[in-house]
Design a protein around this ligand. Structure first.
Ligand SMILES: C[S@@+](CC[C@H](N)C(=O)[O-])C[C@H]1O[C@@H](n2cnc3c(N)ncnc32)[C@H](O)[C@@H]1O
Length: 570
């Protein structure tokens, strides 16, 4: 038996194994664990990406170096590069580091600045589509190699780019090849490369590699946009039942174990949203030119079946769904769920709802009514965690929030937190679950009970009003923040902006004298969830009110979106 390769010296937690693929049926190289990682553990941090750029026009309000949007969000104007005015910085330190490409694998702005001037003179535009900008940067890095060569040695970029998989034959045979050729032409032109056949072929191949190995680091909740490519992180293969996840903060990527990964196990992440029906996952994976054979795809498992097989269910004993026995018994009728005709119906519902389509604000209500009606078979079978129904709940939350009907938003948020999210994401520290919880905390602070007349006008469900009045909202709020802080690092990293937000919110509430006693018990619960007194306090003050509020969500959804008439008018 061949002995395993030594760990990568820069990343002692991982190994890269296998050989580059020679046929579309082979997955090529893979990343494996050099030691065992428990759920939530950090496997490696990647800090010098080849590409780390904001998406197209977002370059104006994102620092080109640290990729932070914080300054722009706080109303500070970023300092534009005086040479090209195409990129901007939050301060001189970032501008200096970017000028020389300092420390990272990415291109130096010194060279890119000239390229942007060319763009402006040719198309009177000061930004480039993200793949073209990523390509320009790589062509400029190859130029830098050639300059270093002239001085003797220097083919770091050539070697690093040469190692990446590009599935070039697959792209060449597909419908996006024409677009890649156009982008290659633009990239060569702006990088100042001759548009010879050889250069254009090389540029198109680089675009295939960028497409195959880049991450979309967009996160609308924290104002993050853009593309990230690291040549070692790029060795992680895909699974729709991944055991790891990648989170981004500025120019860093954190690879974390989602479930236990034993030494020698392959580390996998999902390249796509794995909660979609199979046919739409396959569509998303077309750009990667392989057929997924993970258990979710092989046996066409739905979210509930994947959940039931998850080793992470017991971790939920410290969560808003602490009764893990009950959690394991999913409410769906598996015979109906497995019926191929029903599966085909779900696919049709997904197409009819087109959950990824943008909807104009004035169309939102009508669109939600339509989607709710399309989802009737899923509602009937109580398949709340199955897409597109799970997404309809998210849209309803946004709709109620925009309408200022925070009580209805709260009921649906609580429903999602206990009836949908845990089945989609079995790990209680999953980012999406924590974000959902934090949304509940924020909605609580926004909610005011409707007074007599306003209550009549807004038609708020009286059950929700009663549950809200009865609840110990301060304890619920505090429990959510403590849970976010306890799980936040495992969900992302200590740099997760949501952690800072939760910390500030917790400090505020804990500074109140009247919260002293409850704070002691809740901290006891966070430190030792098994403590009987603290546990029963948590169940009474946090779990119960969430369950009660959630209990009205479906009635609200039916009344609001089933009738086709908006109940809330403001
Ligand atoms: C980001 S790269 C991953 C590293 C790649 N295996 C390599 O050797 O460079 C993505 C490419 O790896 C291959 N790949 C990733 N996951 C796969 C899987 N589950 N099955 C088959 N091929 C896979 C596909 O060719 C895909 O386009």
């Amino acid at each position: 038996m061949a002995s395993p390769s030594p760990p990568d010296h820069k990343y002692p937690g991982i190994r890269i194994e296998g050989k580059r693929s020679t046929s579309p049926s082979s997955p090529g190289r893979r990343m494996t664990a050099a030691r065992t990682f428990p759920p939530g553990a950090l496997i490696a941090t990647f800090t010098d990406p080849l590409v780390a750029i904001p998406a197209g026009p977002a370059a104006k309000h994102t620092c080109a170096r640290c990729l932070s949007t914080a300054a722009a969000a706080a109303g500070t104007t970023l300092k534009a590069c005086t040479g090209c005015r195409a990129v901007a910085y939050c301060g001189t330190a970032c501008q200096r580091a970017d000028w020389s490409g300092g420390g990272g694998g990415g291109a130096a702005h010194k060279a890119e600045c000239r390229a942007f001037k060319r763009v402006r003179s040719k198309v009177q535009q000061d930004w480039l589509p993200t793949p073209v900008r990523a390509l320009v940067q790589q062509l400029l890095r190859l130029d830098a190699d050639a300059d270093a060569d002239a001085g003797g040695g220097g083919d770091a970029a050539r070697e690093e780019l040469g190692r990446l998989e590009g599935n070039v034959a697959g792209f060449r045979a597909g419908r996006v090849w024409k677009d890649l050729e156009m982008q290659a032409l633009a990239g060569c032109t702006y990088a100042g490369w001759e548009t010879s056949e050889e250069n254009l072929r090389l540029a198109a191949e680089l675009l295939c590699k960028i497409q195959t190995n880049s991450f979309d680091r967009s996160d609308p909740d924290v104002g993050q946009t853009g593309t990230f490519l690291d040549s070692t992180l790029a060795m992680v293969n895909h699974s729709c039942v991944p055991n790891a996840i990648v989170a981004f903060s500025g120019r860093k990527a954190f690879l974390r174990a989602e479930e236990e990964i034993k030494e020698g196990d392959e580390i996998t992440i999902s390249y796509i949203d794995y909660t979609k029906p199979k046919i739409f996952r396959q569509h998303g994976l077309e750009l990667y030119h392989f057929e997924c054979t993970c258990p979710r795809c092989k046996d066409d498992l739905d979210v509930y079946q994947v959940f039931q097989r998850s080793p992470l269910i017991p971790l939920n004993s410290f969560s808003f769904v602490p009764n893990t026995k009950k959690l394991r018994k999913t409410p769906i009728d598996s015979k109906v769920a497995q019926d191929p005709a029903f599966r085909a119906q779900i696919e049709k519902i997904y197409v009819a709802c087109s959950p990824e389509a943008r909807v104009a604000p004035e169309q939102r209500f009508a669109n939600l009514c339509q989607q709710w009606q399309h989802c009737e078979p899923l509602v009937r079978e109580q398949m709340w965690a199955v897409e597109p129904l799970a997404n309809v709940f998210q849209q309803a939350i946004s709709y109620f929030t925009e309408q200022g009907n925070f009580l209805h938003a709260l009921a649906v948020e609580c429903f999602v937190a206990i009836r949908s999210d845990p089945y989609k994401y079995a790990a209680p520290f999953k980012q999406w679950r924590l974000k959902g919880l934090l949304m509940i905390a924020k909605t609580i602070t926004n909610t005011e009970l409707p007074t007599g007349q306003a209550q009549g006008q807004a038609q708020v469900h009286p059950g929700v009003v009663a549950a809200f009045e009865k609840a110990d909202l301060s304890s619920l709020y505090q429990a959510i923040l403590l849970m976010t802080l306890k799980y936040g690092e495992q969900a992302h990293s200590d740099e997760w902006s949501i952690l800072a937000e939760a910390k500030a919110m917790l400090e505020d509430i804990e500074s109140l004298d009247q919260r002293k006693e409850a704070s002691i018990i809740l901290h006891e619960w966070a430190d030792n969830p098994e403590h009987p007194l603290a546990q029963s306090f948590f169940r009474d003050r946090a779990v119960k009110p969430v369950e009660e509020l959630a209990g009205f969500a479906i009635e609200i959804m039916k009344a609001e979106f089933g009738s086709g008439k908006a109940l809330v008018r403001r």
